[in-house]
Write a protein that binds this ligand. Structure first.
Ligand code: ADP
Ligand code: ZN
Length: 727
């Protein structure tokens, strides 16, 4: 490009701010930037890292134009990724800068990793030879570079031996490139022998992965059918082609089981990516993904924004999992965005689940995705026998929550030396505490939520804002002593009850807020897998992806818990969660049982679980969604207006409603006070935008926001396209 001498070359740079578009910067003479380059630019009084974007810079008064201050020595963000950022921004109605921010999360990785200091042996002889020196010189005689400590270690000598030789000029200093975070996976390392069903599905996936074309395949297979083994074949094909692979796995931080299995199949683990990585590892993974050295990443949803150099396949395991939805800043669903990423990059996407989302099932029925069914468990493992425990007929003892049926089954299980799992999706001891004298209920001071008693910690805790206070002895309202009563169960209370019945059993209680964090959880999960516990009591985090060989009984304490809220996906979610948790039983050939405590044994969810007939359940769910024009037959978007005062939030929400354009295919419902009307001191009102399948929801909402008043003061407006939460 030729540059006019008084007109500096300008480029657009997208900065990690709520910026609606890139800003223009001057390119200093001699700086070779191109679209995708990561640069440092001045922004107001400070400097930030940004990405050189596509197109010409905007015409800015040359006097005001500020120059790029630094071009990082980093592979540029590729064109597909830049299109992806723009696409996600447009779809989620987020500023592109905030999406770019997710790509630019690891600033320390923009500079290359420094090389290691190495030593290479030079020809010659030291002044005198010792055994130790001889060993060192023999090893280093291969002409390769060694690190000082690596050579000492390999030769079994102290560092002083190396330093002595170095002092005599026996070594020249050389740079050693930084080592890879993970070794390269070998696609043919340990290919399994597949069952006929598995082989059929794997063949299709291998063909898809071999083609440089977009496709979406849905592996729909019961828990334990070998979905992982099957999609490993697609990964092998992509690796043979030299492409990079991303596997999205929910709760990757919690379990090394997936990494171990991958290691067994490919001879090396994938690089893990999640929020719990050590900072240094994080930097190295990001960098080596950008350089193409890391071939496979297994990550949480944010891995979608890693700067892959040559991504050729994405697998989304447990594609129905709600954890794929981010509900913070940029509201996106990683499963859906993975499909978009595949479309932009013209490569295949594989979704896997034992209980696919209704959306993916409909996409398969309508021919947009291809569905590959694995109908049975691998080898001699059989599905658990599921039974409903009708709580009206077999009620628990007064003040307890576990029915005699479940207690009896537990006793039998323990006698056989097997494990039992009790599942209740509620942390803490009790969800509500009240005073028996005056009826006072303990509520969070800044949320419309009851405080949950956590008895192990001796605290009352708000699960929405984290507020906590010690549980008092006297009622703060009437002053009565020792009259506070816990209402309803959390897992701590179930643990107490179980301990009373089986005092000799080894019991582990697991929930996400356990002291000791992720590390402790991992250790506990590994201990369970080794059979070091008899009874496990846990929330949904025990439901996900673990293999517990000795587990043969799963008891669901309150199967009705998730059905009561107004969420259009309540039945689907409950079915998925309970299938998954009961699917923990009997994965290794033992006869196993799932017992589901319910007051509604005739509910379609319970019937589907008991009969194992998922088809009837999906047919019914799909028909209901279609009738109500709910996703995927219609579209939803939520707009949440929050403010420091109720009046402000309400009047802003009403004003937005009034500014909604007229439309034949889109209607706006609300505003209504949100079910969680107050969170962390902010009052919340919700609008629900409901449109036909083909309606331009984004255009409509943008018009509505633009015509409405600017949010002033404490008012905030959040837009959630395809909402998962209706609270
Ligand atoms: P899913 O992901 O469908 O729940 P997995 O892939 O975890 O199922 O398989 C369940 C168990 O069966 C795992 O222990 C897995 O190693 C084993 N398995 C599945 N298919 C094979 C196979 N073809 N050869 C050997 N083991 C297999
Ligand atoms: Zn709170």
């Amino acid at each position: 490009m030729t540059t006019d001498s008084d007109m500096p070359d300008t480029v657009p740079v997208l900065v990690p701010m709520p910026a609606e578009r890139p800003y223009s910067y001057a390119v200093p003479a001699g700086m070779a930037v191109r679209p995708g380059s990561i640069v440092r630019v001045p922004l107001g009084p400070r400097e930030v890292a940004g990405i050189v974007w596509d197109g010409p810079g905007e015409g800015v008064n040359p006097k005001k134009l500020r120059p790029i201050s630094q071009l990082f020595d980093c592979p540029p963000v590729d064109a597909d990724m830049r299109r992806f950022v723009d696409w996600v921004a447009a779809y989620t109605l987020s500023p592109p800068g905030m999406v770019a921010r997710m790509v630019l999360r690891v600033p320390a990785a923009f500079d290359p990793e420094p090389p290691l200091a190495g030593l290479r042996l030079l020809p010659g002889e030291p002044d005198r030879m010792t055994d130790a020196r001889r060993r060192v010189m023999e090893l280093a005689g291969n002409g390769l570079a060694w690190t000082r400590s690596g050579l000492a270690h390999a030769a079994g000598t102290s560092l002083t031996v190396i330093d002595g030789l170095k002092a005599q000029g026996m070594f020249e200093p050389v740079d050693i490139p930084p080592p890879p975070v993970v070794a390269a996976p070998d696609p043919s390392y340990a290919a399994p022998e597949l069952s006929p069903d598995q082989a059929g599905a794997a063949d299709v996936l291998r063909q898809r992965a071999a083609a440089d074309a977009f496709s979406v395949s849905l592996i729909d297979g019961v828990t334990g059918s070998g979905k992982t083994e099957v999609y490993f074949e697609a990964i092998a094909t992509a690796l043979e082609k030299g492409r990079q692979v991303l596997v999205l796995v929910p709760e990757i931080a919690l379990t090394s089981a997936f990494l171990d299995r991958f290691h067994d199949r490919f001879g090396a683990p994938p690089a893990a990516w999640h929020s719990d990585l050590a900072p240094r590892t994080r930097e190295r993974v990001w960098r080596q993904v950008a350089e193409g050295q890391v071939r496979v990443v297994a990550g949480a949803r944010s891995a979608l924004f890693l700067p892959f150099r040559d991504l050729g396949l994405i697998v989304v395991d447990e594609e129905h999992d709600p954890a794929y939805k981010q509900e913070d800043r940029v509201f996106y669903n990683a499963r859906d965005m993975a499909v978009v990423r595949g479309h932009i990059g013209s490569f295949p996407v594989v979704l896997a689940s034992a209980t696919p989302s209704v959306e993916s099932r409909v996409n398969a029925e309508q021919g947009r995705y291809e569905r590959l069914v694995l109908p049975a468990r691998f080898a001699d493992a059989v599905m658990p026998e599921i039974r409903a425990v009708d709580m009206r007929k077999a009620p628990p003892a007064r003040g307890s929550f576990v029915s005699p049926v479940l207690l009896e089954a537990t006793a039998r299980t323990l006698e056989r030396g097997e494990q039992a799992l009790f599942f209740l999706n509620r942390r803490g001891y009790a969800p509500l505490t009240l005073c028996r004298v005056c009826g006072h209920r303990f509520q969070c001071p800044s949320c419309s939520a009851w405080l949950v008693e956590h008895r192990f910690r001796g605290q009352l805790v708000c699960h929405h804002c984290g507020h906590h206070e010690p549980k008092p002895e006297a009622c703060p309202s009437c002053g009565a002593l020792d009259h506070l009563v816990a209402c309803g169960p959390g897992i701590e209370r179930i643990a107490e009850e179980i301990d009373g019945h089986f005092p000799d059993a080894r019991t582990i209680v697991l929930s996400s807020d356990m002291l000791g964090g992720v590390k402790r959880l991992r250790l506990e999960l590994e201990a369970i897998a080794r059979g070091e516990a008899d009874i496990v009591i846990g929330t949904q985090l025990v439901a996900k992806g673990h293999n517990f060989p000795k587990m043969s009984l799963v008891g669901v304490i309150d199967a009705d818990l998730g059905l009561a809220n107004g969420d259009p996906r309540a039945a689907e979610r409950t079915y998925q969660l309970l299938s998954q948790v009961t699917g923990r039983a009997g994965r290794f050939g033992r006869k196993s049982t799932g017992l589901i405590q319910t007051y509604q044994p005739d509910h379609p969810v319970m019937k589907a679980l008991v009969s194992g007939d998922s088809e009837a359940f999906y047919d019914r769910e799909i028909a209901e969604r279609e009738r109500a024009h709910l996703p995927p037959f219609g579209r939803l978007a939520a707009i949440v207006v929050s403010a420091g005062s109720r009046a402000e939030a309400e009047s802003h929400a009403r004003a937005l409603r009034r500014s909604a354009p007229a439309s034949a295919e889109i209607e706006v419902l609300g505003p209504a006070e949100a079910p969680l009307a107050l969170i962390a001191g902010r009052h919340r009102f919700r609008l629900l935008v409901h449109g036909e399948r083909r309606a331009d929801m984004q255009g409509y909402i943008r018009a509505m926001i633009e015509a409405g008043p600017r949010p002033r003061g404490s008012i905030r407006v959040q837009i959630d396209i395809d909402p998962q939460s209706f609270l």
